[in-house]
Design a protein around this ligand. Structure first.
Ligand SMILES: [Zn+2]
Length: 321
């Protein structure tokens, strides 16, 4: 199962159909494949875009303005932000301008384990729910990027300029090559979550080994980035009850898996309709041309083409979970 991604890439599209279900379990490449990308010391610390600046001006003067004038300025700021995004989309070669997500909900939706993804004692023991889609009505999806092998400064610039939110699930054995890269990511507003210390197949480990892998990474992320992550994703999407008990013991609130997986040349789907649905979580990886058919920007262009064409906006996972 773990090698199915590699096989799929070599055999091309014929294999894709066969791998639709296999891909669900694979999620990530094998550790051997993942260790390929060497870290670059990134630059890409850009200034805030026009949107942020516009809002700042409004905020300072807002108290003195009439409601009508305030509304007019807000519309102007929104138009300016959209124009900036359209320009960024042209610069980065996107087929369509990404859609803007609606305002986040005032109250986060109640998330329960997906049917068939529960473990014994799931509800009774208050274990963190495992799910693939956030229960929302809005046409939004969530972008999540795993592991940490490829450390491409272009990705940071691209996502910042396009104002596309995403969340990272980090494995320390890759991230430790360059903690600074992910600090820059965090400084741009990206939440950094737990994907274990060493990307092991967790159901093959004892409880205490799992706890080390999960809780060790909680502490590690706190040490390097100042925050214990509320979200955890098990490598390959594989887990058992021990995984969830261990995760809960060190502060994990929820375990988001994914409904679709993005590559630079294709999408792979969990659901039989091979489509996006409101609240779907999209998985992809920090990988480069050595690992798959393109760069990180190539992958983003490909996934955004699908998301935008289907009428979805990318929203920030932490606004909902
Ligand atoms: Zn992974």
């Amino acid at each position: 199962m773990d090698n199915s991604g590699g096989a799929g890439r070599k055999r091309g599209s014929i294999a894709v159909a066969v791998l639709v279900t296999a891909a669900i379990a694979s999620g990530c490449a094998t550790p051997a494949e993942e260790s390929g990308g060497q870290g670059g010391s990134g630059v890409g610390v850009g200034k805030e875009g026009g949107e942020g600046q516009g809002r700042k001006i409004d905020g300072a003067a807002g108290a003195l303005l009439s409601p009508a004038e305030k509304a007019r300025r807000e519309r102007a700021a929104a138009q300016q932000a959209q124009a900036a995004r359209a320009a960024a989309a042209r610069r980065w070669g996107l087929v369509q301008v990404p859609l803007t997500a609606p305002a986040p909900p005032k109250v986060k939706p109640r998330i329960t384990a997906r049917q068939g993804f529960e473990v014994d004692g799931q509800v009774e023991e208050g274990l963190p729910p495992v799910f693939t889609t956030v229960p929302v009505k809005d046409r939004v999806v969530f972008l999540t990027i795993d592991d940490g092998a490829e450390k491409d400064p272009e990705l940071l610039r691209m996502m910042d300029e396009l104002k596309i939110p995403y969340s990272s699930f980090l494995s320390d054995y890759l991230v430790k090559e360059d903690y600074g890269y992910f600090k820059k990511m965090q400084d741009k507003g990206v939440a950094l979550h737990n994907h274990t210390l060493n990307h092991r197949y967790l159901p093959g480990l004892s409880y205490s080994q799992q706890k080390h892998e999960i809780c060790g990474q909680q502490s590690n992320i706190e040490k390097h980035y100042g925050k214990r992550p509320p979200l955890f994703r098990p490598p390959y999407g594989n887990y058992n009850k021990d995984t969830l008990v261990a995760a809960k013991s060190c502060g994990v609130k929820a375990v988001p898996l994914w409904a679709a997986e993005a590559f630079p040349d294709r999408m792979e789907w969990r659901e039989w309709d091979k489509d996006l649905h409101p609240g779907d979580i999209v998985l992809t990886h920090f990988r480069g041309p050595d690992d798959w058919k393109g760069s990180m920007p190539d992958m983003i262009r490909r996934v955004m083409k699908t998301i935008t064409a289907k009428g979805y906006a990318v929203a920030k996972l932490e606004d909902y979970v």
